[in-house]
Write a protein that binds this ligand. Structure first.
Ligand code: DGP
Length: 115
């Protein structure tokens, strides 16, 4: 499994940077966003370093499907039962700040800080 020693999310997966974990399995990791837009805002990431959606390969398709399947399960576990938003920022124009593929999951009662 590939990792980038300079990647902040690879460091979170490795436990070198602390996070508030919401999920971990053999290929996915989930943790609360440090700057939440919504009352519940967590990120789902592959454990392996995939920089952006542009870097996704055919072999990653099942993992991406698992991310989507996991989002509503975790949202419900965290008390988000009235809907949520998912967002994957990609590249410069997509305003992706962290170069490790991640899906935002945002929910909870409005008003939200952003979005
Ligand atoms: P994006 O613009 O899609 O690349 O969003 C990156 C998100 O990652 C942003 O909402 C803040 C979050 N984030 C950045 N650094 C950290 C960190 O060290 N810990 C946690 N929990 N979240 C982080």
């Amino acid at each position: 499994m590939s990792h980038d020693p300079n990647c902040i999310f690879c460091k979170i997966v490795a436990g070198k940077i602390p996070s508030r974990k919401v999920h971990e399995d053999s290929e996915l990791f989930g943790f609360h966003d440090v700057a939440p837009w919504a009352p519940v805002h967590f990120l789902l990431i592959p454990k392996q370093h995939i920089a952006t959606l542009y870097d996704v390969e055919d072999a990653h398709q099942a993992m991406l499907g698992r991310m989507l399947r996991l989002a509503p399960r975790l949202a419900l576990e965290l008390g988000v039962a009235n809907g949520f938003r998912t967002l994957i920022n990609t590249g410069e124009d997509g305003r992706q700040e962290v170069q490790h593929l991640h899906m935002h999951v945002m929910g909870g009662p409005r008003p939200w800080a952003r979005g």
